[in-house]
Design a protein around this ligand. Sequence first.
Ligand code: ADP
Ligand code: MG
Length: 330
Amino acid sequence: MAAKPRAAVPSAPPNSAHGAEPASVFATAAACMDTVVSLMVVGGSGDPELQACVDRALGWFTHVERICSRFDPDSEVMELCGTVGIPIEVSDLLFGALSLAQEIARLSQGAFDPTVGLTLERAGFNRNYRTGEPIHTMIDSDRRPTYHDVYLDETRQTVTLRRPMVLDLGAVAKGLAIDLAARELAGYAGFAVEAGGDLFVGGRNDQGAPWRIGIKHPLQPTTLIDTLDIRDLAVCTSATYERRVDAGPITHHLLDPRSGGSALGVASVTVIAPTAMLADALSTAAFVLGPEKGIALLDEAGVDGLIITPTLQRKATQHYARHQAIPATR
Ligand code: ADP
Ligand code: MG
């Protein structure tokens, strides 16, 4: 499977907000998490710490992947999956990712479910993108696990799996890495951390304006369906234009655990939220729930978002329009 194209792209607006000279921008990119991660920093020129901050920011992607990947038998999450019925103490990072995943699972009444790993593996989402090695998890069980089979003990920071399962943190890990990277760059006047179309932008861009974010049209990925002006927020998109397979009812990577097939009622969901981990998870959850329930979930969670249906109808949360750069597209 090819690396996922970018669903949203930060760019400078055409005109400077204050008519001032644009500030210098440091930009770099690296391949990680089966996608391209790019960073932009405004206001760092001449700072001897800049390169170290950028290196630490990029390092989080490797670190989160090492802990959260279900494609690596030595990852912390896969080691956890090897033990059933016993509380296992886990790292802060894994506990944080699992806690959010479980919360979104409860909020979405199981439309979002971090226990979907084995179903996805068996549908063909089973190759380590770095090595090309297929994974094959031996689990002999007649009932599919659900998030109810995962128990988190907050005081002891332990996780108990009540059944054999493969945990899949693919809907939260990228967002978590973006947030951790963003924290490293928070001291600069402006920055953007983008990974495969999911991003967090802080402060202002090189023109002194909010960051302008384009949302891709779900069916014509060279066209934008909307343009947003964003600062100090994350924007994450779930869409089906990538990561497709042909495995019966499973045609793409967003699974409806209730039917066991791919979720079909949505073409793309974009969520704007205070953290990328939340935006990442909620975009997946809303995708699976479908347009009406998906928008209700986003409103309930207090975030903004836009859902595009397969027939290109737009459904937006109550306050989505306040982020639009060009109100005419409302
Ligand atoms: P992408 O990773 O392409 O940006 P998403 O953020 O929407 O897309 O996350 C999709 C990933 O979420 C899948 O690749 C899989 O790892 C995981 N996933 C798929 N269906 C579900 C689900 N119903 N609940 C939780 N996670 C899911
Ligand atoms: Mg997501």
